[in-house]
Design a protein around this ligand. Structure first.
Ligand SMILES: [Zn+2]
Length: 293
């Protein structure tokens, strides 16, 4: 179980989100067989998507972030509901790269820098919002910051971290997002800059057992931060057999007829790896449904 906190400065100029996504990222790494660097990359994306999902006001809303920088990992996709529960995958989960010049996991290298970060917000009304920015570094936090600045005109500070042990276990994962509201003046901006100039990595704070709400107070130490909420978040998929059936029907009747000749059709959910098995009778039922419609 992860935790996500939301806080606001008492002067109402700054909102801040902080999350501990250690368990979520560890679960994603185990089901997808993520390499060390892919664990860091997808883990950062899952955390950022959780923040963006939690910002939605619509109960049935969801946010999808896709980043594709033409790197060896291929596209990385994460989806969050409006509570901050997330799921995601990388197209090439097991590829890895040696550490970068600073001895860090080379997230920018594995994501690549030639492409876009795309955001799709579904408000549950059938009229989604989409926005995209060119990838800045592929390190994800900078790219998310650029997205907020360019597409939403919200000045933000985003920090994301995933600490992966040599045995691929996840020591800590999480992040924070600071956003300035339109009321923030120059004094507030420079005070925030002061606070983050000497901030420790978020994984170091998590390893010291700081909770997300404590991280809000620690990072913005010169502000009086008031906790708005702190809730549990988890890795959560929304797939069902009915949705998989709809997806199979959408492949068309010829495709279904081919499947009906196979003794078994196995469909695995990209997000949670759950496998759905269909026998020829199941497929023939789908054929009759699709020929009725
Ligand atoms: Zn699933």
């Amino acid at each position: 179980m992860g935790r996500l906190a939301r806080a606001i400065s008492s002067d109402g100029n700054i909102v801040m989100f902080a999350a501990d996504t250690t368990d979520i990222v560890a679960y994603a790494a185990s089901i997808h067989g993520l390499s060390r660097t892919c664990t860091a990359a997808l883990g950062r994306l899952l955390t950022a998507t959780s923040f963006m999902g939690h910002q939605l006001k619509e109960e049935n809303g969801s946010v999808t972030i896709r980043i594709n920088g033409s790197g060896p990992a291929g596209s990385l996709i994460a989806v969050s509901d409006s509570k901050g529960n997330v799921r995601g995958y990388a197209v090439n989960p097991s590829v890895d790269l040696p550490p970068n010049g600073r001895g860090k996991l080379d997230v920018g290298g594995i994501v690549g820098r030639d492409g876009y970060l795309c955001v799709m917000k579904d408000f549950g009304t059938g009229d989604p919002y989409t926005g995209q920015v060119r990838i800045t570094s592929g390190e994800i936090a900078e790219d998310v910051t650029a997205y907020y600045a360019v597409s939403e005109q919200v000045p933000s500070v985003c920090s994301l971290g995933v600490l992966v042990n040599r045995d691929l276990s996840v020591a800590a994962a999480g992040g924070f997002l600071i956003q300035l509201l339109p009321s923030a003046d120059e004094g507030t901006i420079s005070a925030v800059e002061n606070c983050i100039s000497d901030v420790r990595p978020v994984t170091a704070m998590l390893c010291d057992n700081l909770s997300p709400s404590e991280i809000c107070g620690k990072v913005l130490h010169s502000f009086d931060m008031q906790l708005l909420s702190e809730s549990e978040i988890s890795y959560r998929c929304t797939c069902t057999r009915e949705r998989v059936e709809m997806a199979l029907i959408s492949t068309g009747i010829d495709e279904l007829k081919d499947m009906a000749r196979d003794p078994q059709t196995r469909v695995s959910c990209q997000f949670c790896r759950k496998e759905y098995v269909f026998n020829p009778d199941d497929i023939r039922k789908l054929i009759s449904v699709s020929s009725e419609s």
